[in-house]
Ligand binder design. Sequence first.
Ligand code: MG
Length: 379
Amino acid sequence: MSNAGIEISGRIEKMTVFTVVLPVRSRRDHGIGAVAGEIKNVLVKLETADGIAGWGEASPWAAFTGTAEAAAAALDGHLRAVVVGRPAAHVTRIMAHANAILVGNWEAKAALEMALYDVRGRELTVSVSDLLGGRVRDHIPLSVSIANPDFDEDLELADRIVADGVRLFKIKTGVAGHAFDLKRLETLKQRFPEVEIRVDYNQGLTPLEALRYVPDIDSFEPGFIEQPVPAENWEVMKTLRGKIRSPLVADESVFTPAEAFKAAREGIADAFSVKIMKSGGMRRGQEIAAIAAANGMPCYGGDMFETGLAHLAGTHMCAATANISLGCEFYQATYYLETDLLQSPFPATDGRVTVPTGPGLGIAVDEDKVRHFTVEQAN
Ligand code: MG
C-alpha cells in the first residue's frame, strides 16, 4: 500500500481475541440492573511483524452497552479484517474503516483502538496520552461507587477507601427505594464530611418519580446528579435541570459525538459522563469532550465494569483532555475485581489515579492471568 512514499513498518500480523470471566468481590445494584459473582469482558491482543504487542479491552454490560458475545464476534468476525496486515500508524484510517463496515459495537471498537494506540506508543516509545495530544494533568481524582445492596458492607468499604485517600463517592440510587437513598446519603455525608458525594441513578426512576425524588436529593447538595431517568427521556432531563441546583450529568443519554452535539444544543445536562465503551474509543471520547467544551460544559471520566487495561486507556484520555475535569471512576481494578489482569497494580493510590508515563498504555498485561481466566479464544 502506498503511503506518500513513506515506508511504514510494523504491520500487524496477528490478532487474538480472548473472552474472560472475572470474579468480583460484591454485588452491585444499579438503576438498570445488577452485577453479581462475575463479569465477562473481551480482550484483544495485536502483534506486529517486529514483535511488538498491544492490548485492548471491551467491557460490555448487556443492560447498558451490549454483550461480551457481540463484542467478541465483532472483533473476531468483522474488525479483524480491517486491522491485520496494516500498521498501527494508520490507527485513524483503521478506525474510520471499522466504522464504515460495522455500525455500533462501540466496546469492540474501543478495544481495537486501545490496542492500536498501545502498539503505536510502544513503537514510538511514547505514552498514549502523548499520542492523544499530550497530558494536561498527571493525576486524576478517583471516585468510588457505593452500590452494594448491603449498606453495612459498603460502609466498611467506605471507611477503607477514605483511609486510602479517596475523597469522591458516587452513590448508586433508584434501586431499593427513595428512603434507602436518602438514608445512605445522610449517613455518608455525616460520617465523611471531607468527601464530595455524587449520585447516579443509572436511569432508575420513571419521569414522575424523578420529579418527586430528585429535588429531595438536590437538597443534600451532591456534587452532581447523574442520569435519573431513562436514556431517551431528554425532555424530563431538561425539566429536572431547571428544578435543581446540583449539576445534572448525562450518561446513558449520550453515547456518541452526534448525541453529545444534540444534547448540548438542547441543554439536557450540565456535564457529560464520557466512557470509551460508549463512544467507541478515546479519540471519539475526546470529540465528545470538545463539543462539551465548546458549550462551556465539563466532563467526567466514566467507565463500565473494566479491568485495569481499559482503565489505562480511560486514564490517558482524561489526562490528555482538559475539560474531562470532574475526576474519574476507574476503581474496579483496585476495589472490585478479585484479580486484575495487569503486570503491576493499576496506579490508584491516595485517592487519585497517576497517569503512567511509560510507552503505550504504560503497564503491560499479564498474559498468564488472561489465559487463566479465558473461557473462549479466537486466533
Ligand atoms: Mg452513570
